[in-house]
Design a protein around this ligand. Structure first.
Ligand code: ZN
Length: 345
């Protein structure tokens, strides 16, 4: 697999030689690939399972490979959560190609790309504290959460002062990408054209952890992922990620964002909603096939009880309608009454 070849790369090569060669060597070169990339910080709930099922169906229906990537750089990541997530994905019938990629095992590789970006003068240090960023983020005439470039053009004396300020709180500076656009137009298969802000995004956080945007763009590029299906809460991050892909020399994949799942109160589904994980649903009499039927039903496919059956009828174009872009609302309380209360039989 291309992935294994990439592991042998050293950090001594130039960025152009890393990025100039085709990152899609291997099986993905002919077929392309989709992926699901969970963070192992808890059990998967129905919303996660639905997105995973869709990512798998999009990939398989289009003849692509399907990869599983564990995004475990966050301090809340636990191996036991990874194990339970993989168990649940297998239980509903999903399969994936190759070995599972864990970001925690790729730190040397990220460092190599990071150092080359820094060597090209494309990164700068940011000394802003979380509080300072919260204040500028709420300033008028600015897209929410965007960074105004406070630390972009500091003198060396100001940088020294910034480092000293952070050292007193046991943090280092974050490293941001020096960007030269403020917004970018992108295309999503379900949402059409989308224009969003691009700021000087964080590449490495002040605590030394590489940012989500950086590692996910690098991994997708290196794995040959050319189709990204994920929750539509991530749509606003696409312009930033596409910009970073161009800086790093990766091709832009096809994006298809899918709606989130909400509880009866209209709030994004979360584990604390109760009987929304496979484990909890089992306690109320739900089998894995029942859960597949529930998820397939939410996509408009009736009496589908396995992922193989779903694949036969699955049509990605149906997710492009305005109706299909509405969130799926789940009445969690009635899930506890068992599958008969939800499934049409
Ligand atoms: Zn700053």
């Amino acid at each position: 697999m291309g992935r294994d070849a990439h592991r042998t790369r050293t950090t001594g090569v130039s960025l152009m030689s890393v990025l100039g060669e085709n990152p899609r060597a291997g099986r993905g070169a002919q077929r392309g690939a989709g992926r699901y990339a969970p963070s192992p910080s808890g059990d998967l709930h129905l919303g996660n399972l639905r997105t995973a099922l869709l990512a798998w169906a999009y990939a398989r229906k289009s003849g692509r490979d399907f990869y599983l990537r564990v995004e475990d750089l966050d301090e809340r990541s636990r191996p036991e959560h990874e194990a339970s997530q993989l168990r649940d994905l297998e239980a509903i019938g999903l399969d994936w190609d190759g070995s599972i990629m864990r970001q925690s095992e790729r730190l040397d590789f990220y460092e190599g790309i990071f150092e080359q970006l820094r060597g090209r003068g494309q990164l700068y240090e940011c000394y802003c504290t979380r509080k300072e960023l919260a204040q500028v983020a709420s300033a008028p005439h600015r897209p929410p959460g965007s960074y105004p470039g406070t630390c972009r053009n500091l003198t060396e004396a100001e940088r020294e002062a910034g480092r000293a300020k952070l050292a007193a709180t046991n943090r280092g500076p974050a490293l941001r990408l020096l960007t030269d656009v403020s917004e970018l137009a992108v295309t999503d298969e379900n949402y059409g054209d989308y224009t969003g802000g691009v700021d000087d995004l964080v590449i490495r956080r002040g605590d030394g952890v590489y940012s989500y945007n950086f590692v996910s763009v690098v991994d997708d590029g290196e794995m040959g992922v050319d189709q990204i299906v994920r929750g539509d809460d991530l749509l606003p991050s696409v312009p930033r990620q596409v910009y970073l892909q161009r800086v790093l020399g990766y091709e832009t994949p096809k994006y298809a964002h899918v709606p989130l799942v909400l509880n009866a109160q209209g709030v994004r589904l979360a584990k604390r909603d109760g009987a929304v994980t496979l484990g909890r649903l089992r306690e109320y009499g739900w089998s894995a096939a029942d859960v597949v039927e529930l998820l397939a039903g939410s996509l408009g496919y009736k009496d589908v009880r396995s992922v193989a059956e779903l694949l036969e009828v699955f049509d990605p174009a149906r997710l492009q309608s305005a109706e299909a872009r509405e969130p799926w609302k789940v009445d969690v309380d009635t899930l506890g009454l068992g599958p008969d209360s939800h499934l049409g039989n």
